[in-house]
Design a protein around this ligand. Structure first.
Ligand SMILES: Nc1ncnc2c1ncn2[C@@H]1O[C@H](COP(=O)(O)OP(=O)(O)OP(=O)(O)O)[C@@H](O)[C@H]1O
Length: 788
C-alpha cells in the first residue's frame, strides 16, 4: 500500500531527533503508542492499494467549478514509490520552507481514512523520520463554532490526543513546523467553512480566531508555515474548489481484482474461518455485479460479512445480485432481534444526518439508550476512529445511504409527489446529493421494487412493508415517463443502476427500450459497476449500439467487455487505452476477438488537441505499418484506413513541434478527405510545416478540403505549396489560406497553378499582406479565388 508500512521510504531513524524537554519526548512516545495500536478484526486488515496522481480541472458543465479530471487508463500514474513519493510529491517546490499541501481524494468508502491511519501508523513505526509529530485529525471532530479557535485546539482536540499537552510541546511545534505532518481526514466535513481560502486569517499561530480563519491561515501558509498539510476528502462538492490550491493531488484507486481477492483471504484469516476462504471467493466470483463493486473496500468488506454469515448457515448459499440485497442480507438478522421500531428510528437518524451532511451521532440523538446499545452491538454504528469516545458514526457511508433510503421507503412523512426528486434523475437547480447520500436512489428503488418477502418485509415485517406499495406506484409512474434517451449521461447511468436494483422486468425493459442507439459517455467517469450495468443493458436490449467511451477512465477489463459485445458495432475510445486492449488480446491469443474489436474501432472525426493525441495516433499508425510489413496482410486497421476528417488544434506553442510528428504519419490515412490545420489559437506550422505537408500530397489521393489558415505561412511556403498542389488536382475542392503572411509572389504562384486544379472550387486567400492591386488582378484571373 502506498500508505502501508512504507519500507521504501527512508532509513529508520537511529536516534529520535528531538533533543528537547522530557515532556516533548513523552508526548511523542504516547502519540506513537496511540497510532501503533492496531484495531482488531477487519479494521486491522491493510491491503496495499495504489494512489494515483490526478489533477483538478474546470468542470465542463459548471463554469468556474473544479472537479477531478477523468484520466485515461494509460494516463494514470500510480505513485509506485509509495508513501515517500506522495509526501515528497512537491519536494521540487521552489521555496523549501513553504508549507506543502497534498490532497488525497476518493469516493466514499474508497479507503481514504484507512490510508490516513496507515500514514500515522507508518510514522509510529519509525518510517517517517522526517516528521517529529504526525497529527491525524478527523474533521468531524472539529469544533465549528465561535471565534476562539486556536491552533492548539486543532492539534490537541479533546479526545484526540493521548494526554493533556504542555506548553513546551506546543512551543516546540511552533519552532519546527517543517517537522510536522498535519493530516485533516474527511475534509469534506468542513464544507460549512467553504470560502476559507479567501478569508482573513488574523494574527499569529497561537492567537484565537474562527476555525475558518485558522484554515485560511494554514492554507495561505501563514500559520504553521513550513509544515506538511495532508488532506483526505471526497472529490465532489464545494470544498473541491479549495483543493485546487494543493501542491499535489492524488486519488485512492480502490482495490484491483487481485487486491479484492487478497482482502477476502485476509478477512477470513482474521475472523478465524480460513476454511471458508475459497468458498467465499467462489461466492463473490459467481456474482459479477458485486464483483464489479468489490473495487470499493467498503463493499468488499460488506460482501465478506454477508458471506461469512451465509457460510455459517448453509454451504449452498449464494450472494444476492444487487447492492440492496447485500444490505438487506446484512441487516436482516439485526432487525429480527431489535427493540421495537429501532431500525426505522435509526433509518430516520441516518436520513436526517445525511441531509445535513453529517455522519457522526451523539448519544442523545438516538431514539433511546436501548436503540443505541442495539445499534452498537450489531456493528451498525461504531465509535469514531480517533474522535471522542462518546461520538459514534455509521459503520460505513453506504450503510448510512441504505438506512436513509429505508426511511424514504417507509416514511409517511415523505409526500408522494416529493418522492421522485430523491432519485435525482430529472435536472434540478440544486443537486439533492453532492458527496452526501449519493447512494440513496439505487437503494430506494431496490427497497421499493424488490419482492417484499425477501426485501423490505425481511427488515420490517410484511405488514409494515405494505406502506411501500403506494410508493412503488408513484415511482413506477415517474420512471416509466422518463425517456432514457433524453437524459444527461450521468443520469442515464444512475437510471440503469436503479433499474438493476429494482429486479423488476417491466422497469428494466422500459429502460432498455429507451436506450439510444448511439451512446456517448465522453467525459463521464465509468466505474466498474457502471460498466457492468451498461454491458448487461446493451446485451439484453437485443439491438445494435455504437459507444463513445473517450475520457471515461474506463478500466481495461471494462473496455474489453463492452467493446467485445456483439451488439456493439462501433466504438470510440481513447487511442492509448484501445491499443492497450489490442495488445492484451494479442498476448492472450484471442485473435478472433481482436479482429472484431479492430473492425469496430473508429476515430472518425479525429481532433488532435494535445501532444499525447498526436503520439497516440502515431502509435496506431505504427501498429498498422508493422502489420502490413509482416506476413499478416489482412492487418489493416479500419480506423486508420477509413479516417476521413482530421483536425489539428495544438495552438501556437506546441503546433510546429507536434505537426512535424503528425506529418510523418499522414500518408497512412489513405481515405483522408478533410485536413483542418486551422485552430482558433493558431497552429503556426510555418513554411517548414507546409513544405513537409506538401511532400505527402502524392499519397493523399482523396483529399478534398485543406485548411491552412492562420499558420504563419509566407511567400516561401506558398511557393512550395503551389509547386506540390498539382498532385491533388483530381481531388482538392477547397483550399483555405486566410490570415497568413503571403504577399504578391506567393499569391501569384498559387494563382498560376489553378488551371491545373480541375476539381478546385474555392481558394480562400484573404490576407492583408497581399497588395490591393495584386488582389484585383488575381480575382480577374480566376473567379475561384476569394480575397475578402
Ligand atoms: N487498504 C485497505 N485495506 C483493508 N481494508 C480497507 C482498506 N481501505 C479501506 N478498507 C476498509 O474499507 C472501509 C472504508 O474505508 P475508509 O473509511 O477508509 O473509506 P473512506 O474513503 O474514508 O470513506 P468515507 O469517505 O465514507 O469516509 C474501512 O473501514 C476498512 O474496513
Amino acid at each position: 500500500m502506498v500508505a502501508g508500512p512504507a519500507t521504501s521510504i527512508l532509513p529508520s531513524p537511529t536516534l529520535h531527533p528531538l533533543t528537547c524537554a522530557e515532556s516533548v519526548e513523552q508526548f511523542c512516545r504516547s502519540l506513537r503508542d496511540k497510532y501503533q495500536a492496531k484495531p482488531a478484526g477487519p479494521e486491522g486488515i491493510l491491503v496495499e492499494v495504489d494512489l494515483v496522481r490526478v489533477r483538478l480541472e474546470r468542470s465542463s458543465s459548471k463554469g468556474q467549478e473544479r472537479e477531478l479530471a477523468t484520466l485515461d487508463w494509460a494516463e494514470r500514474q500510480p505513485a509506485r514509490g509509495g508513501l515517500a513519493e506522495v509526501l515528497l510529491a512537491t519536494s521540487d517546490r521552489r521555496r523549501p520552507r513553504e508549507t506543502q499541501v497534498i490532497a488525497v481524494l476518493g469516493k466514499a468508502g474508497q479507503g481514504k481514512s484507512h490510508w490516513a491511519q496507515a500514514v500515522s501508523w507508518a510514522w509510529a513505526c519509525g518510517q517517517l523520520p522526517q516528521y517529529d509529530f504526525v497529527f491525524c485529525i478527523p474533521c468531524h471532530c472539529l469544533d465549528r463554532r465561535g471565534d476562539t479557535y486556536r491552533l492548539q485546539d486543532l492539534l490537541f482536540s479533546p479526545g484526540l490526543q493521548p494526554r493533556p499537552v504542555e506548553d513546551e510541546v506546543f512551543s516546540y511545534i511552533l519552532r519546527r513546523p517543517d517537522r510536522i505532518l498535519l493530516i485533516l481526514d474527511a475534509f469534506e466535513e468542513l464544507e460549512t467553512q467553504d470560502g476559507f481560502l479567501h478569508s482573513a486569517c488574523g494574527p499569529g499561530s497561537a492567537e484565537p480566531r474562527s476555525l475558518r480563519g485558522l484554515l485560511a491561515g494554514l492554507f495561505q501558509r501563514k500559520v504553521l508555515r513550513g509544515c506538511t498539510l495532508l488532506l483526505t476528502a471526497r472529490p465532489r462538492g464545494r470544498l473541491a474548489q479549495s483543493l485546487s490550491k494543493a501542491d499535489a493531488v492524488f486519488e485512492v484507486a480502490g482495490f484491483s481484482a487481485q487486491q479484492a481477492e487478497t482482502y477476502v483471504m485476509r478477512y477470513f484469516e482474521t475472523s478465524g474461518a480460513t476454511e471458508h476462504q475459497k468458498r467465499a471467493l467462489a461466492l463473490l466470483q459467481a456474482q459479477p455485479f458485486l464483483l464489479s463493486h468489490s473495487h470499493s473496500p467498503t463493499v468488499c468488506r460488506a460482501v465478506c460479512q454477508l458471506s461469512e454469515a451465509l457460510l455459517e448457515l448453509d454451504d449452498e448459499a449464494e450472494l444476492p445480485s444487487t447492492l440492496t440485497g447485500l444490505y438487506v442480507g446484512l441487516l436482516g438478522p439485526a432487525a429480527h432481534d431489535s427493540p421495537p421500531g429501532a431500525l426505522v428510528g435509526l433509518a430516520r437518524l441516518a436520513w436526517d444526518l445525511g441531509r445535513r451532511h453529517h455522519s457522526s451521532l451523539r448519544e442523545d440523538q438516538f431514539p433511546s439508550a436501548e436503540v443505541r446499545a442495539w445499534a452498537v452491538a450489531r456493528g451498525l454504528v461504531q465509535p469514531t476512529r480517533r474522535g471522542p469516545e462518546t461520538e459514534l458514526v455509521f459503520s460505513s457511508f453506504l450503510l448510512q445511504c441504505f438506512l436513509g433510503a429505508l426511511w424514504l421507503a417507509l416514511s409517511s412523512e415523505i409526500k408522494d409527489k416529493e418522492l421522485p426528486q430523491y432519485l435525482a434523475l430529472t435536472p434540478r437547480k440544486k443537486r439533492p446529493y453532492d458527496n452526501w447520500l449519493e447512494g440513496v436512489p439505487r437503494f430506494l428503488v431496490g427497497l421499493v421494487f424488490q419482492p417484499r418477502p425477501r426485501c423490505l418485509g425481511a427488515l420490517v415485517g410484511l405488514a409494515a412493508a405494505t406502506s411501500a406499495d403506494r410508493k412503488q406506484k408513484v415511482l413506477t409512474r415517474y420512471l416509466k415517463r422518463l425517456q432514457p434517451g433524453t437524459l444527461q449521461v450521468g443520469r442515464l447511468l444512475e437510471l440503469l443502476h436503479c433499474a438493476h436494483e429494482a429486479l423488476d422486468a417491466g422497469l428494466w425493459q422500459h429502460v432498455l427500450h429507451g436506450l439510444p442507439a448511439r451512446l456517448s459517455f465522453l467525459g463521464t467517469r465509468l466505474s466498474p459497476p457502471d460498466t457492468y450495468v451498461l454491458g448487461s443493458a446493451l446485451e439484453a436490449a437485443g439491438r445494435n449500439f455504437s459507444l463513445d467511451l473517450r475520457s471515461t477512465g474506463i478500466d481495461p477489463t471494462g473496455l474489453g467487455t463492452l467493446v467485445g459485445l456483439s451488439c456493439v458495432t462501433h466504438f470510440r475510445a481513447t487511442l492509448s487505452d484501445t491499443v492497450g486492449l489490442w495488445e492484451s488480446l494479442q498476448q492472450r491469443g484471442e485473435a478472433k476477438l481482436l479482429r472484431a474489436v479492430e473492425e469496430k474501432f473508429t476515430i472518425e472525426p479525429f481532433k488532435a488537441t494535445s501532444m499525447k493525441d498526436v503520439e497516440d495516433l502515431g502509435n496506431l499508425v505504427q501498429i498498422q505499418r508493422t502489420r502490413s510489413s509482416s506476413e499478416d496482410t489482412a492487418g489493416e486497421l479500419p480506423a486508420v484506413r477509413d479516417l476521413k476528417k482530421l483536425e489539428f488544434a495544438l495552438g501556437s506553442a506546441l503546433g510546429p513541434q507536434a505537426f512535424s510528428k503528425l506529418v510523418r504519419i499522414l500518408e497512412a490515412f489513405s481515405s483522408l478527405q478533410h485536413l483542418d490545420l486551422d485552430s482558433l489559437s493558431e497552429n503556426k506550422i510555418g513554411d517548414e510545416g507546409v513544405a513537409q505537408l506538401s511532400a505527402t500530397f502524392p499519397q493523399l489521393k482523396a483529399l478534398e478540403t485543406l485548411n491552412l489558415s492562420q499558420n504563419n505561412i509566407t511567400d516561401v511556403g506558398a511557393c512550395k505549396l503551389a509547386k506540390a498542389l498539382p498532385s491533388l488536382a483530381a481531388s482538392l475542392v477547397r483550399l483555405s489560406l486566410y490570415n497568413n503572411y503571403i504577399c504578391d509572389a506567393g499569391a501569384e504562384s498559387l494563382a498560376h497553378v489553378l488551371p491545373d486544379m480541375v476539381s478546385l472550387r474555392v481558394l480562400e486567400m484573404w490576407t492583408p499582406t497581399i497588395p490591393f492591386g495584386v488582389q484585383e488582378h488575381l480575382q480577374q484571373l480566376d473567379s475561384r479565388i476569394i480575397l475578402r
